[in-house]
Design a protein around this ligand. Sequence first.
Ligand code: SOE
Length: 388
Amino acid sequence: MTETLRIGMVGYAFMGAAHSHAWRTAPRFFDLPLGIGMTALAGRDSERVTAAAAKLGWDSVETDWRRLVERDDIDLVDICVPGNLHAEIAIAALEAGKHVLCEKPLANSVEEAERMTEAAEAAKANGVLAMCGFSYRRTPALSLAKRLVDSGALGEIRHVRAQYLQDWLTDENAPLTWRLDKDKSGSGSLGDIGAHIIDAAQWIGGADITGVSAILETFVKERPVGGDFVGLGGHGGTDGPKGPVTVDDAAVFTARFGNNAIGVFEATRFALGRKNAMRLELNGSKASLAFDFEDMNSLWFYDSADGPNSGFRKIQATEPEHPYTGNWWPVGHGLGYEHGFTHQVVDLVNAIGAGEQPTPSFGDALQVQKVLAAVEASAADESRWTAV
Ligand code: SOE
């Protein structure tokens, strides 16, 4: 009989729902080395966590994450709460011998990320594994991009152009949620969505960022406190008292990579009309590729070997030969946002089954954290080039 990996998850909002969907779905579409038990969900409010567990498919609830971490019937702790809680929960879980999946960005500071990485390294010696949830790595088209770069198809990488554009904060009366509070989120657009393009650029391009020059801007400096809101809070708003926004609304920076490539990055939640435009373009000495998550099943590829009458051609990354897609719908019906989270779980469970380090490791996520910190340091003095 297949052994079961018993999951305990902390948090049940947007990311909690996405992860729950992934845990439910992964064993139904992929052959995994371990069964999945959705054993317990933790949240502070008893009534709300009980309702969330019933809706999302969890067998039991805890109102204190510490109790979840102590339970003998939990093998893996999945952390889906704001960044200020990541380090404490992840380190406690690793020390209790539980595998950990932690949402991105890994932490709110380099110091926390370093402690988490040390805890993960110590736990690994006992067969306990940790991974950070940069879910876009598991988008088939981006995974295919990585495959093409690794195969040498692009040649030497020269330019990386990365953007992550959303618009859900454009409304000046959108409420002051945790994503706008530096104590809880660490930073704004930079860590929330900029972290994704930093991770994707380093992972696909095959080299770390070594230095940056940045500007950050907060367009709306005060927002209504409290009130009901929907989604990420972008369209709620009240006439009540206001509180300060303590994070960036937009981040722009140039970067150098260890392989001599240069990069331009932009992250904002104020790009009206752009909903989830996570975009990446790489120009190499032989070929280029381009991706936009708003057209997530496609990867655009230009090969100079195709001659003068060529152009960017669209690869529909939905063929069975492409990463992950063979386990889904026949003849290229296409995938969505949620599939990246399912693939993340699949890769994690396969790694745990094989006793191998899943990626991105906490060490990989620490590197992203160092870039975030360098961007903030550089932006604090706009004339400064800052080494990572
Ligand atoms: C909000 O900007 C957000 O939900 C991010 O927090 C996620 O990481 C990203 O996948 C989608 O946008």
